[in-house]
Write a protein that binds this ligand. Structure first.
Ligand code: HEM
Length: 272
């Protein structure tokens, strides 16, 4: 027979789960509306409120939303569909200092490779996951050093890896001393479709982000790019979409808790 205590706990758990589900449902409806109405400022504000609420009530919510959001973005831009493993064993701590070892846009190729390696990701994963930049935009903020101050010690200048025919366009979108919040597409000419054009762009000097361009600086990452966009790809080459799915699912498993650590949520948006 159920005790009063356990039935109270049961009731409260059900209420909490319902509240979390309600929040997720509101978020889903707001994002659908926003898409239909092409993101008006008011709706963005409304959605931002829901997201903040959800993240404040549960620090792990940001990571959950991010994984599902990436999936939906890629699929909606013609990318491959894949199952997002949601039964992850997660911890209950969220601390900004834990993000100190994230890759930086100005990292050397060696730093990028090492940071990925330390998370169990290979050079091939580095190339495939960087290809997620097939969609989306960057703020000019991340371009200024690359365009106007690439050489340290006051040498100034632009990154010589940028194709000379592309440089004037980048400079006109992000002028020196201009507004660093202006945004530009990361995948030149193909920013709305998830495809491997980003790899061709990187190979040809049309990378927008410095970290993407660095993939040309290493014999291994360069050969991974070539395996997808080289002349032999249509005959012998691997499938970009299938390999991307493998890498992104692998990325979702970084640092997953095991054994008695953390917990698998019964409801993905709430602690058990
Ligand atoms: C190699 C390490 C990486 C670096 C240094 C890097 C850096 C950046 C930077 C600087 C931006 C622009 C941010 C902004 O202005 O708001 C960006 C955007 C983006 N990144 Fe990465 N990134 C990396 C890896 C990844 C990975 C692994 C993924 C996903 C699998 C990813 C997906 C995206 C997407 C979708 C955007 C566009 C966001 C938008 O449109 O608002 N990136 N990245």
């Amino acid at each position: 027979m159920e005790s009063a205590w356990s039935s109270d706990l049961h009731r409260r758990t059900k209420e909490q789960s319902a509240m979390s589900l309600d929040r997720v449902e509101k978020l889903r409806r707001a994002s659908e509306l926003a898409r239909e109405l092409h993101f008006t400022g008011d709706l963005l504000h409304l959605m931002w409120g829901f997201v903040q609420d959800a993240v404040l009530s549960n620090p792990n919510m940001a990571a959950v939303l991010l994984r599902l959001h990436f999936h939906d973005c890629f699929v909606e831009s013609n990318g491959p569909a894949y199952d997002v493993p949601t039964g992850r064993r997660d911890g209950g701590v969220s601390n900004v200092s834990l993000a100190d070892d994230m890759p930086d846009v100005s990292d050397s190729i060696q730093q990028l490779k090492t940071k990925f390696f330390l998370k169990g990701l290979s050079d091939k994963d580095l190339v495939l996951l960087s290809a997620a930049h097939s969609i989306g935009t960057t703020a000019c903020f991340f371009m200024m050093k690359r365009l106007y101050n690439f050489f340290p010690g006051g040498g100034g200048g632009s990154d010589p890896a940028i194709n000379p025919s592309f440089l004037p366009e980048l400079k006109s979108i992000c002028p020196e001393n201009g507004d660093v919040n202006v945004r530009l597409s990361i995948d030149h000419g193909s920013e709305r479709t998830f495809d491997k054009q980003i790899l061709q762009n990187i190979k040809d000097g049309f990378a927008v982000l410095e970290s993407d361009s660095k993939l040309n600086d290493d014999i291994v990452t360069k050969s991974v790019i070539d395996s997808y966009v080289g002349l032999l790809n249509p005959i012998l080459g691997p499938s970009f979409e299938a390999d991307f799915v493998e890498s992104i699912v692998k990325m979702g498993q970084i640092g997953v808790k095991t054994g008695l650590q953390g917990e698998i949520r019964r409801v993905c948006a709430a602690f058990n």
